[in-house]
Design a protein around this ligand. Structure first.
Ligand code: 7TS
Length: 406
């Protein structure tokens, strides 16, 4: 387990909710922010605020250095070859849409296949649905194993020589399942398809290495990894990004503008039209520093241990169904569950009355809910600041809820 001292970095955790000390178990929706991140954003606005890439003045140069410095931090964080491969976006959703609209529109033709899975978040379903409709392409789903994992054999059955894009989440936001992305990438490449990785739930929790994975695109959000909202990343291999058209046109992304023709800046700026998300990128850079100081390996270990502890405590409770793989090593720090005959919204309300924040709903994964044969679930998700005591409080809260509804 990580040291409990980590909690001290998160001012928000030091408060009571409904008369109880806050237990925050909704980090898969958005994580809390450490003081370092809040201060980095504050300092930028207080001392360095200016637009980037245009100024000759000192503040403009400082802002540009901080913004581009954050890009270098992201490059190192995911082990990309070059900062040209790191595009700042608004988040995972925007990044995935960019791939669908730019790479997808240019490369998908009628009858081509796009392969995703039943466990995807809506953000990794709808961009492909729309693309498939527009192009007359076929959207194919890899069926899940009974425990909510993916089998490589089923991936091999789904991916064919007609497949142009495979887009799969690294870590499920509902089941916690960690998918074998490296092996799936090999399968995609063997058929000449590109591999897109939804890394929204992976970037906060495990060491990413895009060169080792060999994926073609990777998307993630800053706000789930201790960074601010409104900033995310699209990683893409340079040779692919170079061939792709921008999605947004206007200021910042241009080289030369004529009356009827224009040309674009080089990578990565051709994909960053308009004044960029400067404070967001700086905040994300500070979040990366924070996570790297703890160590991504340590964070992953901490989450396996907490998930294991939670599953052990929760599986002995009557009437509680836990979804996803039983083996804690196969899942990140996410435990999704339902209590018999209690609607998850009611359950979450009673937990909140006891100071415990969990999410209830379909978790933006309606096809997965259908596969699980339920309309919604409750979900506890853990991060660096959670402790075994938080799990104990959750279990106690579930007992109280059970009594309350009986
Ligand atoms: N992909 C996955 C796997 C996610 O978990 C999420 C957000 C997204 C994409 C979209 O990220 P965004 O930053 O662009 O919104 N997931 C959740 C969740 O599980 N609860 O709230 C948001």
């Amino acid at each position: 387990m990580l040291s409990k001292d980590i909690r001290k970095h998160f001012p928000i955790l030091d408060q009571e909710i409904n008369g109880h000390p806050l237990v925050y178990l909704d980090s898969a929706a958005t994580s809390q922010k450490p003081r370092q991140v809040i201060e980095a954003i504050n300092d930028y606005y207080a001392y360095d605020n200016a637009n980037v890439h245009r100024g000759v003045h000192t503040l403009g140069n400082r802002a540009t250095d901080h913004y581009e410095g954050a890009r270098e931090k992201v490059r190192k964080f995911i082990n990309a070859k070059s900062t040209q491969e790191v595009i700042f976006t608004r988040g995972t959703t925007t990044a995935l849409n960019m791939v669908a609209q730019s790479y997808g529109r240019a490369n998908i033709e009628e009858g081509d296949e796009i392969v995703i899975t039943h466990m995807e978040h809506h953000s990794n379903i709808i961009p492909w649905q729309q693309l498939a409709k527009e192009k007359g392409a076929v959207l194919k789903y890899v069926i899940l194993e009974e425990d909510g994992t993916l089998s490589l054999d089923k991936v091999r059955q789904a991916v064919t020589d007609r497949t142009k894009i495979v887009s799969i989440m690294y870590v499920s936001n509902v089941l916690g399942t960690m998918n074998p992305i490296k092996e799936i990438t090999e399968i995609a490449h063997a058929h000449g398809a590109v591999m897109v990785v939804d890394g929204a739930q992976a970037a906060p929790h495990l060491k990413l290495d895009v060169q080792a994975l060999d994926c073609d695109f990777l998307a993630f959000s800053g706000h789930k990894m201790c960074g601010p909202t409104g900033i995310g990343v699209l990683y893409g291999k340079k040779e692919l990004l170079n061939e792709m058209e921008p999605v947004e046109f206007g200021g910042e992304m241009i080289d030369f503008v004529g009356l009827y023709e224009s040309t674009w800046k080089e990578l990565p700026w051709k994909f960053e039209g308009g004044t960029p998300i400067i404070a967001g990128a700086i905040g994300l850079g500070a979040a990366i520093d924070f996570l790297e100081e703890i160590g991504l390996d340590q964070i992953e270990k901490h989450e396996h241990e907490l998930a294991g502890y939670a599953m052990e405590k929760m599986s002995s409770m009557d009437g509680l169904t836990i979804y996803g793989p039983r083996d804690p090593d196969k899942r990140a720090g996410i435990v999704t569950f339902n209590l018999d005959n209690v609607h998850p919204h009611d359950l979450a309300t009673v937990l909140d009355m006891n100071g415990i924040a969990v999410r209830a709903g379909h978790h933006c994964a309606q096809p997965l809910m259908k596969w699980l044969q339920c309309s919604s679930t409750a979900r506890a998700s853990f991060y660096v600041y959670n402790t075994e005591e938080d799990v104990d409080r959750l279990v106690e809260g579930l007992r109280i809820a059970k009594e309350y509804f009986q």
